[in-house]
Design a protein. Structure first.
Lengths: 288, 268
């Protein structure tokens, strides 16, 4: 233990900007959000009256919120495994040498170069049921925006497209860090591709995989912008998610108290899931 | 087996690449190409008309300017704040250091999307709506950056700084002539990441800008008022124009990008 010699102002001054921002744009709004959820709030954002858990009672009783909650959980449930499977497949398949492999790799992370709203506009056009290219290419007439199931599938596709670039980079970097000699020895010993993956590569990339899993879950629980651009929650609220409903309540209906109650539910959900995953990670994943 | 893997990798990568290809191709479509049944992959008569219209019929250059200004300004301020904080946390000993560090890094657990409503109230009461500062305000703190930079700075022995200070070197000089140059790779990767995050942000700039002249390009893209009459051309021209520089940069720099990610998350 070192003795704290420096009692001068300098270090405090240097971290002050970061600290100030943390208070103003993270802790204070966090507290205000929780406070607001127990009050009625007027259009100017001023708390009027303490109402206890009334907002939450109204919220959990409303069909709209029940839809948001179940949609968000359903989206997370579909999106996370789909995304991880595709990103892992991309990383494994392109983990080779040669020009073609490099080209494959570049194609896998290029979606990162397309901004969120650009990507959503492209997908919206491509999946247009009548004049879009997708239905024409796969020879179907799926009503991507009018059929609840198809709309959810579309949202999952959009989510994968937004995340694949970065997740691919992470997983493929982890795979490349698996020592080549180990794979060669396993090969000489006659181990198949499947068992090399299962017993050698998978344990070694586990930390990256857990990182991807956690960020995916967090992203999925918070999805809103793609909903806003692609489906606006439709059809029949089938793609209305929690944060999207929060946006509607807060910015379209001016209902800050309800919006804050939804935000609080989102906090609780993400905390619980992330903390339990962290707990699991500590017990099951070993870092070298 | 080898061929099968190469084949499936190529097929999958083409699927992933398709939206980019389609956007580029569609930016040369004529008006009727968009509504033709069956849908087209290539333009019937390639034309630059959409690009011309994107600029003349919208304030595209103004939106681009807004995005470039906010992204550059945001990146510079965010990197400065992060480097200073990470530097202090790794080289200084002072009372409450560890608590302050945890306090800052723990904001990672507070997703900004769930803070939208409260943060919007703050920005409104500070009268920062429709201003560049309002657009970047909530992205200025990057707890992940501070965390990663500190991890990196920690690998430099504190004796270096002590020796430098004894020789009369100032903190500023130590930072700019020694620490930042040797941490170049991390700093550049984080700066690129910051730039693209702020440049591509959608929901927050949508909320804090009401005046058309203050919109960032990502927000404006979804509002280019052509799509009502199935007139998608200018929109695709704008999208393509926007992603091309980044696409080129990614292709040219694919090696450093790939290695920077591996160093970033595996420590070395």
């Amino acid at each position: 233990m070192k003795i704290y010699r420096t009692w001068n102002v300098k270090p405090y001054a240097l971290v002050l900007p970061a600290l100030l921002l943390a208070v103003v744009f993270a802790y204070r709004p966090f507290v205000i959000t929780i406070l607001n959820s127990f009050h009625t709030v007027n259009l100017g954002g001023v708390r009027m009256q303490f109402v206890g858990v009334e907002n939450y009672q109204r919220l959990f009783g409303s069909e709209s919120f029940q839809a948001s909650l179940s949609n968000t959980l359903r989206f997370t449930l579909f999106f996370v495994p789909t995304n991880i499977t595709i990103c892992l497949a991309a990383a494994l398949l392109s983990n080779r040498e040669g020009k073609l492999a490099t080209l494959n790799q570049i194609f896998f992370f290029l979606p990162m170069a397309v901004g969120l709203s650009s990507a959503m506009m492209i997908i919206k056009m491509m999946f247009n049921p009548s004049i879009g290219i997708i239905n024409h290419l796969i020879g179907s007439d799926i009503q991507w925006f009018n059929d609840p199931k198809a709309a959810m599938a579309l949202l999952v596709i959009a989510g994968v497209y937004l995340d694949i670039g970065f997740n691919f980079l992470l997983l493929s970097a982890a795979l490349r860090n698996v020592p080549k000699e180990l794979v060669e020895v396993a090969n000489l010993e006659g181990a198949g591709k499947m068992s090399i993956f299962r017993y050698l590569q998978l344990p070694l990339i586990a930390p990256s995989l857990v990182f991807v899993l956690m960020t995916n879950i967090k992203d999925a629980m918070l999805i809103s912008s793609p909903v806003l651009i692609l489906t606006e929650g439709g059809p029949f609220r089938s793609t209305q998610t929690l944060v999207y409903q929060m946006y509607l309540e807060g910015f379209k209906s001016g209902n800050y108290a309800m919006g804050s109650a939804i935000a609080t539910v989102v906090f609780l959900l993400t905390f619980t899931i992330l903390l339990s995953l962290l707990h699991l990670e500590r017990r099951r994943v070993y870092y070298q | 087996m080898k061929k099968l893997i190469a084949l499936s990798a190529t097929l999958l990568s083409l699927v992933i690449f398709f939206p980019i290809f389609y956007s580029i191709s569609a930016s040369f479509f004529t008006y009727t190409d968009f509504t033709s049944i069956p849908a087209r992959l290539f333009s019937s008569a390639p034309t630059f008309e959409n690009y011309r219209r994107a600029f003349t019929e919208s304030k595209l250059e103004r939106f681009l300017f807004n995005s470039l200004i906010t992204a550059s300004l945001g990146t510079v301020v965010r990197m400065t704040i992060s480097v200073l904080a990470a530097y202090t946390f790794s080289f200084f000993t002072f009372k409450g250091r560890d608590i302050l560090f945890v306090l800052i890094v723990a904001t990672m657990l507070l997703p900004s999307d769930a803070l939208l409503i409260a943060n919007y109230s703050t920005i409104r009461s500070l009268r920062l709506t429709d201003s560049y500062l309002g657009i970047i305000a909530t992205s200025l703190l990057a707890p992940t950056h501070i965390f990663m930079l500190r991890q990196y700075f920690k690998t430099v022995s504190p004796e270096y700084r002590e020796a430098a200070i004894l020789e009369g070197c100032s903190d500023t000089r130590f930072l700019t002539t020694l620490l930042i140059p040797i941490s170049k790779a991390v700093v550049i990767t984080l700066a690129i990441h910051s730039f693209s995050t702020i440049f591509n942000d959608y929901l927050w700039p949508l909320l804090v800008t009401n005046r058309e002249a203050m919109r960032t390009v990502q927000v404006a893209l979804t509002m280019l008022g052509f799509s009502e009459n199935l007139d998608y051309g200018p929109q695709f021209a704008a999208i393509t124009l926007l992603m091309t520089p980044i696409l080129i940069a990614f292709v040219v720099m694919h090696k450093p990008i790939q290695t920077s990610v591996s160093t970033r998350f595996t420590g070395r």
